[in-house]
Structure formats: structure tokens, C-alpha cells
Write a protein that binds this ligand. Structure first.
Ligand code: DI6
Ligand code: FE
Length: 419
């Protein structure tokens, strides 16, 4: 056992016992108080036991000590909106879009989401886990310790279940906390063509109650859009979620203003995501409901959208903003959350501070996990990312670099300082 030589106390009375201690670095806590220079983080039982400036540290000893060597520490990053589990890919569709076809045209012609549904239905659970793992690993190497994963490429009970089970399996096999969201109302499956209300009835009366009873859902999401489901159909899905005691999120106002953000707010949604076309009325409703705006610059970039999300309105009305990869095969094949930080700043004009809050504290809010994750504060999970940077803004600056030097999850070192 290594002794932590508290200068103001003698060993014995009042001496803290920690599992590990991190010193000689700086912390961007993402909590009120913000930046701590020459910080110490003490960990006990997987949680942060103490964090503060080295000069204020209480006397105590730790089983392990880690010298941060002047590096920066942030909370483990949280990717709060992904479709990480799916079969196949859509590189051919990417080519078609470059040749002039639009996302909506491809979707209406039976491509788009429907083509991924076919590939996902054809994939067994192990191959879904294996292909998702290839996308998950680069996220973990960048300090991601929590990831949300949506279903929505099955659109039948068996495949939605398989996707959710694959997502949960990732959380068992890799050092990451997985939150699963049921997105059965993502698109109309081909066998229900022209019968959207019948499909929504199946989602509400059959699929969601069954998946919830099997313990596979942490939240419910839907795609409210011209090419997907109407506000009325979305409301039916949300009524079902409410009956099941599950929080909701919404793909809202991505391609047009369908009043999605306001609808989400009416159901006290954790988040409304995309929100490029959200109006001031929708923004106000989100602010009142405490609904987070999840910004997805990868999809904006990939679709070469021009309508920016109303960032200034979100700021003015106090809507918390999160940032995520939206990792999916159609509109955002993104496996770097750090790249999304840069895009959120460059494309959406977020400040680096706002962007960082978007992948930590506000991302935790968007998952209903703010009590336990997203900031470095006593009592919260000891999920830490250690960075080889001179300033936190550098995390938003590099394109394609990964300055993540170490990752701690639940107090355990899962990526070590040596590499
Ligand atoms: N919006 C998106 O960006 C993803 N889903 C959604 O509702 C895209 C899904 C896809 O094209 O596969
Ligand atoms: Fe999405």
C-alpha cells in the first residue's frame, strides 16, 4: 500500500482510505466551479470520493497512486445518441447522394433505412455484436465511458429484441455503460406499406410492452418526420412509453419543422434530437420542460444540410445542448466523438466549453443520468478521461487526432497511461 503523505494530518484519526488517487494534473470538472488546476481526484468503491486542488486535499492514503504528469482530466465522455448496432452499410447510398439523389428521395424509393432493416434482419446476434464492436472501440479509445444505443433497424419484435440484446452485450464485454433506447417507430417496415397506423398499433400494443417487460429498454424514441411518423402517431408511442414508465426522446425537426420539439416537451422528453428546424415556440417549450437539445453535426455534415439548429435561441432560453455522433449507416457513419466536438464548434458555432458540456454534463442529462455521471464531483461514478493536451479547448481543435492518454471507468483503469 502506498502512503499518501497528508501534510496537515497524522496517520490514524480522520485519515481517509481510498482505492486510488490521481494527482499532478488539471481537471475540467464540468460542474459548477469548472477548472481545477493542480487537481487531485480520490476514488473509492468506483466513485469519486474527493476532488479538489492539491493544496486542499484531506489526509488520506490510497492503495494506488497515479501521476497525471500535468495532463488534463475530464469526466468520461458520453455519446448520448447512437444507432451503433446494425447490419451492412450504406456506402452505395453515399455514392448515390454524391450523384445528386437526396436522402428523402432514396428513402421514398425503398432504400435508406429500409435497406439497413433488411441487412439487420439477416444478421444474427453475434454478428451484430461483432460489427458494432468495430465501431465502439474507436469511441472507447477516445474516452467514451457511456454510450446510448437505439434499436430501430429491426422493425419487428424479433429483430428489435436482437438489436437491444446485442447492445446490452456490448456493455458486458467492453468497459462501457450502455443505455438502450427502443426506436421501433423509426420507419415503416415494408410489410406495413400504406398501413402506418397499423404498424404504430403493433409498436404500442405488442413490441414496446414486450421489450419493456424483458427489461431491454431504458427509454423510448421515435422519428417524427414527413418520411417517418406523424406527430399523432408519435404521441401514441409516447403515451405507451408513459404507461410503461419509460422516459422518451425524439428525432425531431431534422428535415422539416413538424413541431417535434414541442411535442417532445409536452411529454417531458429527456431530449429532442437533431432540431435543425425547431422554432422559437418549440425552443421555449423545451426550456420549460427541461428537454435537452441533442445536436448531431455528423448528420448535418453528411447530408450537407444548410439549416443550422437555432443555437442562439437555445442559449437565450436556457436549453441545455448535448453533442453526439448519431453513429448510423445512413446519415452519420461517425465513430469519433472528438470529431463531433470540432464539427459542433466549426459548423454550429458552439464554444469549446459548450461542446465539452455537450459530451459530458448535458449528455448525462439527455440520458437521465445526471445524478451519477457527466461531471467530476464527489459521489459520482469515477469515470475519467485523461488527455495529453495543454488546454481543454484542444479537445475540440484537432481533426483526426486522439489525445486520450488514459481512461478510468468505475474507478478501474481501462486504458492505461502507457498506452
Ligand atoms: N435520423 C437519423 O439521422 C438516423 N435516423 C433518424 O431518424 C438515420 C437513419 C438512417 O438513415 O439509417
Ligand atoms: Fe439518430
Amino acid at each position: 500500500m502506498v502512503r499518501w503523505d497528508g501534510q496537515r494530518r497524522e496517520a490514524g484519526e480522520g485519515m481517509m482510505e481510498w482505492d486510488s488517487l490521481w494527482f499532478n494534473g488539471h481537471a475540467a470538472t464540468m460542474a459548477p466551479g469548472g477548472i481545477l488546476r493542480d487537481a487531485v481526484v480520490a476514488v473509492k468503491d468506483g466513485r469519486i470520493a474527493w476532488i479538489g486542488a492539491a493544496r486542499d486535499r484531506p489526509a488520506g492514503r490510497a492503495a494506488e497512486e497515479h501521476d497525471l504528469g500535468g495532463r488534463w482530466v475530464t469526466p468520461g465522455l458520453i455519446d448520448c445518441h447512437t444507432h451503433l448496432v446494425f447490419g451492412g452499410n450504406r456506402a452505395r447510398e453515399f455514392e448515390m447522394r454524391l450523384e445528386g439523389a437526396t436522402y428523402e428521395e432514396i428513402a421514398r424509393a425503398g432504400g435508406g433505412i429500409a435497406s439497413t432493416v433488411a441487412a439487420t434482419r439477416a444478421a444474427d446476434e453475434e454478428s451484430l455484436i461483432a460489427s458494432a464492436a468495430v465501431r465502439l472501440q474507436p469511441l472507447l479509445a477516445e474516452g467514451v465511458t457511456v454510450v446510448e444505443v437505439k434499436s430501430g433497424y429491426g422493425l419487428d419484435l424479433a429483430t428489435e429484441r436482437r438489436m437491444l440484446r446485442a447492445a446490452r452485450a456490448l456493455g458486458e464485454r467492453f468497459p462501457v455503460t450502455v443505455r438502450t433506447t427502443g426506436l421501433a417507430a423509426h420507419a415503416l417496415p415494408p410489410e406495413f406499406a400504406g398501413r402506418a397506423d397499423d404498424y404504430i398499433a403493433l409498436v404500442c400494443d405488442g413490441m414496446l410492452p414486450t421489450l419493456a417487460a424483458e427489461g431491454l429498454l431504458d427509454a423510448v424514441d421515435a422519428f417524427c418526420e414527413r418520411i417517418a411518423f406523424s406527430p399523432e402517431q408519435t404521441a401514441r408511442v409516447f403515451d405507451t412509453a408513459r404507461r410503461l414508465g419509460l422516459p422518451v426522446k425524439l428525432h425531431a425537426d431534422q428535415l422539416s419543422d413538424g413541431g417535434g420539439a414541442a411535442l417532445a416537451a409536452r411529454y417531458s422528453a429527456l431530449s429532442a434530437d437533431h432540431v435543425e428546424h425547431t422554432s422559437e415556440e418549440g425552443t421555449r417549450a423545451m426550456a420549460m420542460a427541461g428537454t435537452v437539445a441533442v445536436l448531431l453535426p455528423g448528420a448535418f455534415y453528411m447530408l450537407r444540410e444548410t439549416k443550422l439548429p437555432p443555437i442562439e435561441l437555445f442559449r437565450r432560453h436556457g436549453v441545455p445542448m448535448a453533442v453526439s455522433t448519431d453513429c448510423n449507416p445512413g446519415t452519420s457513419p461517425a465513430v469519433s466523438l472528438l470529431l463531433m466536438l470540432n464539427m459542433a464548434c466549426t459548423l454550429f458555432r458552439l464554444t469549446p466549453q459548450e461542446a465539452l458540456a455537450g459530451v459530458t454534463s448535458n449528455a448525462a442529462l439527455a440520458l437521465g443520468m445526471a445524478a451519477t455521471h457527466g461531471t467530476l464531483e464527489p459521489g459520482k461514478a469515477a469515470d475519467l478521461a485523461v488527455w495529453d493536451v495543454g488546454d481543454p479547448a484542444e479537445l475540440c481543435y484537432w481533426l483526426g487526432a486522439n489525445p486520450c492518454a488514459a481512461v478510468v471507468r468505475g474507478g478501474r483503469l481501462v486504458k492505461s497511461l502507457q498506452g
